[in-house]
Design a binder for this molecule. Sequence first.
Ligand code: 6R9
Length: 646
Amino acid sequence: MSDANATAGAKKAGFHIDQAKYERMYADSISNPEAFWGEHGKRLDWIKPYTKVKNTSFAYDNVSIKWFEDGTLNVSANCIDRHLATRGDQTAIIWEADDPNETPQHISYKELHAQTCKMANVLKAMGVGKGDRVVIYMPMIPEAAYAMLACARIGAIHSIVFAGFSPDALGARINGCDAKVVITADHAPRGGRKTKLKDNVNQALLHDTSDVKCLVVQRTGDQVAWRRDLDFWWHEEAEKVSADCPPEEMNAEDPLFILYTSGSTGMPKGVVHTTGGYLTYASMTHEYIFDYHEGDIYWCTADVGWVTGHSYIVYGPLANGATTLMFEGVPTYPDAGRFWQVCERHKVTQFYTAPTAIRALMGKGTGPVEGSDLSSLRILGSVGEPINPEAWNWYNENVGKGKCPIVDTWWQTETGGILITPLPGVIDTPKPGSATKPFFGVKPVVLDDQGNELDGETSGVLALKDSWPGQMRTVWGDHSRFVSTYFEMFKGYYFSGDGCRRDADGDYWITGRVDDVINVSGHRMGTAEVESALVAHATVSEAAVVGYPHDIKGQGIYCYVTLMDGVEATEALRTELGNWVRQEIGPIAKPDVIQWAPGLPKTRSGKIMRRILRKIAENDFDSLGDTSTLADPSVVDELIANRTKA
Ligand code: 6R9
């Protein structure tokens, strides 16, 4: 790690990258990606060094992405073992519990090594080997990181399912990747409440005939239903195994993890990330974008159930030998000052969160922020959705006290790491709401509907013209879905699904999804998933779901529901349907509004006109556009008349 002399208060000279260096490195990364990444791939420890750097094609008939393809390495050795000689006693993970009265834990790199090795050995004893899949369904506790790294150590592929997902959603993901083992906990405390994780796993596996085993971490000590011969307590099994487990030699292109994410159609896709390119990219972006220096205390508030937790709580920071903070709770428990109390308690230097959290805290006034000493903070980050200037300003003034650069980082589950962002040493005049410029090696383009590249100041859809090492490689078990989702609409490009504007300075402003994916509190939700949950209810004949602007969540979930003939539209049924969706998918999918729709606006060929439904949900009745092509234009008037208030 270079420039280890930067101090709190961040003098410009101390940043890793300044304007001139950015321009030079960016130009190099684009003109000769082979040389650029060939050099930066060396930030990792390779067992067998690569001789080939980049072998990628976005051609529609031959989409193939390989980086460092003849090199071998192990991710867990890169995140742990290589630090032992120099920083074995340094804290790798600071853990802060949901309950502020519970003592925080400081886990050193040595301890991380021992625990990860033990879990790796337990997994082996349970029959897990290289290439096998392991589902992780965990609270935000250090054991979640041990589980990820243990899989990486033995070459097993993990698939983390966010602990807020329902048993059904969990079951679909366990089946989707044919997992051998599920790692979970008894209960997950969060915001003063508890989720029964183990019971959810039991329910998810109720009809499973393949004898999926379960490794259970005791978090709360509450009682759980046990499946004899299939369930194992982590604390008991850990006693039986050695604290040493040699890391498996993996090819750079062996899968590291699968992470399911929502798309515009069908079931969520299993996004596949591999080993060498992913870790190179996660580690390099973490160092430069958060201006990470030796001695920093870095905190990303995401959950490991999302990609942000993978790349910027676990893999990126640990590959860099950082101290990373893991927080089990929520921003508002026990009160709206919790984030700031944690920053003060642990002297956090980098703080990375989501706009939805900032907006929620903004609503509680400045009192809770002023109650804590935030002078250790140097860099602030934002991720998950466009940040509105109001939230940006509040964050800057009240949290950063006007002296911390804010990195508004645009990226996706699919991209593995951050693609477009300001760099702390490059921000001259901040632009609230703009993700600004591409990271090294990233070639964004703005396309029109026909796929033509637009020049200069313009707006359109955001696509990437060439590959970067952290890019997803395929959809688990369905490569053709990978190709059709990302490479079919605009030939020769990776299509992001986002709209964007490029201003006169060449800075990018992400405007949100252009497909049927909505962004609820920074979580991606396919409208199709909510619709299929609704129509699975016996009373529902048809449903259409759209996003609408929501003050805190960014977007809320607005459902139009047509009931079966003879079913009465009561308030009780409205509540029941809301709870039903929550139970089918999980709390994050709970509808904000359910409007009864005796009919839905459809074209004569039967396609639902979502454009019109979006306008009605937004209370924008004057720009409905042409409704004359509808099979029955009168349904629109009826929907407007029935528009329920949010
Ligand atoms: C990392 C993550 C990806 C979608 C993405 C976009 C939105 C993320 C953003 C942003 C504007 C930012 N998004 N970061 N929009 N500005 N800084 O969030 O991954 O859950 O896959 O969501 O989130 O719409 O396409 P993921």
